[in-house]
Design a protein around this ligand. Structure first.
Ligand SMILES: O=C(O)C(=O)CO
Length: 359
């Protein structure tokens, strides 16, 4: 569906105009449509973003009109041909092949995500394509879900509801379904950014004793807000009762959470990942959980996504797996959609985007 509301309004006017005027307007509309910038949207994004694109009068866009099935690679390669702008989500790999298929008209890529590991930044930079993304608007939702996942994992809520529903609930027992509490604990954050700070702010009222973090370098401004101490990667592993992964997936962080890390953690520790599955070596995590080297893991992200239902991690009682829903609140997804649309329109006008990646 190529569309713009202004063009549509004019077309609606045509329907009531006398024939000769109708023809005149029709050719104007055609002329105008051909001057609108062409955009492909790879997903049926939430309504706020679509409304912005439709009402802009700036672009004619075609949409992959489904949220349940992603656009196939073959279809995507066909649809991007000649577009000026592309609005994608995190399931689309934007690489040299795709950018070649799009061709030299492509000036702006806008991803409806804070993560950008699905984008070949070098290839985008080489072609002078500007990139918009959607940080900040999802911080609250992601932090909230991280806290929910942490408590679900540490207090064994999935096991508990299963036992209650399936007859495992006998008499009140003194150590049955005991977990680990946040009070007096040390919470470690791997990769301190806005989301890590927002998680710590939410956890502090649970009487956490200490926040520690590691990153490529200390981040005193952010750390000050939550009174967090900068430690080495090793110390993070050793001291954390709860370890929350908040770093971006980059070549440097790929599988940074592996057997070396897990072997240094306490056997009472809880590992939580709401960033990207690729930062974890899942075989090593499975071994650590199965052997009781760590107490539990809560994962919102995996490799691949969806994780096949016969994956060994699903067999473990001490592993809680969610289907990548950290930012999934109506408010946040609409805000991400709107920001992605606005980034795209601004970029196509040659203006600074609201949130633009520095390439
Ligand atoms: O925005 C992202 O990068 C996500 O993972 C989904 O919110």
């Amino acid at each position: 569906m190529w569309g713009s509301r202004m063009a549509l309004r004019r077309l609606q006017k045509i329907a009531v105009a006398p024939l000769s005027i109708k023809e005149g307007i029709a050719s104007n509309v055609q002329r105008e449509m051909s001057t609108l910038q062409r955009v492909y949207v790879t997903r049926q994004i939430p309504p706020e973003g679509l409304k912005i694109l439709k009402e802009s009068g700036q672009v004619q866009f075609e949409l992959w009109d489904s949220d349940d099935v992603p656009v196939s690679r073959a279809e995507l390669l066909k649809k991007v041909k000649g577009v000026d702008g592309l609005l994608c989500v995190l399931t689309e790999k934007i690489d040299a092949e795709l950018l070649d298929a799009a061709g030299p008209n492509l000036k702006v890529l806008s991803t409806m995500s804070v993560g950008f590991d699905h984008l070949s930044l070098d290839e985008l930079k080489k072609r002078g394509i500007r990139v918009g993304y959607t940080p900040e608007v999802l911080t609250d939702a992601v932090a909230e879900l991280t806290v929910a996942l942490l408590l679900t994992t540490s207090r064994r809520l999935v096991e508990a509801t299963h036992e209650a529903k399936t007859g495992g609930w006998g008499t009140w027992r003194t150590l049955w379904l005991c977990g680990h509490e946040l009070a007096n604990s040390t919470v470690g954050i791997l990769g301190l950014g806005r989301i890590g700070v927002a998680i710590a702010e939410r956890l502090a009222p649970f009487k956490v004793k200490k926040f520690i973090y590691t990153d490529v370098a200390p981040r005193p401004e952010l750390a000050k807000a939550i009174n967090a101490e900068y430690v080495s990667f090793d110390e993070l592993a050793k001291q954390s009762d709860f370890l929350a992964v908040c770093c971006a997936l980059t070549p440097e962080t790929k599988e940074i959470c592996n057997k070396e890390l897990f072997s240094k953690m306490k056997n009472t520790s809880i590992f939580i990942n709401t960033s990207r599955g690729g930062v974890v070596n899942q075989e090593d995590l499975y071994e650590a959980l199965a052997a009781g080297q760590i107490a539990g893991a809560g994962l919102d992200v995996t490799v691949p996504e969806p994780l096949p239902t016969n994956h060994p991690l699903f067999t473990l009682k001490n592993c809680v797996i969610l289907p990548h829903i950290a930012s999934a609140s109506y408010t946040t997804r609409n805000a991400m959609s709107a920001l992605a649309a606005n980034n795209l329109l601004l970029g196509l006008r040659g203006e600074p985007m609201i949130k633009e990646l520095k390439l």
